[in-house]
Unconditional design. Structure first.
Length: 82
């Protein structure tokens, strides 16, 4: 529930956020997703869009490469659309 509150707050305040959320497969098994969201503004500075990237975070071990990849993917998208 705390993760949902973080997402809701980030969406309402136009802030970037990264959260780990539990998701469920069709077969009923749970898995962990890392969800990263970034606000995008129009040319007038109005918060208009959100870009989100997620990856499966269930496997054990270091996830530094996953986090870096997500950060790199989001950095490709501009903060402001012209």
């Amino acid at each position: 529930k705390d993760q949902i509150e973080l997402m809701t707050k980030s969406l309402s305040t136009a802030q970037s956020v990264k959260v780990a959320v539990t998701n469920r497969r069709k077969d009923g098994t749970d898995f962990l997703n890392l969800l990263s969201m970034k606000p995008v503004f129009d040319s007038k500075g109005v918060y208009s869009y959100v870009i989100g990237v997620q990856c499966n975070f269930s496997s054990t071990g270091s996830h530094i490469e996953d986090i870096t990849l997500i950060d790199d993917l989001l950095s490709v998208f501009p903060n402001v659309l012209k």
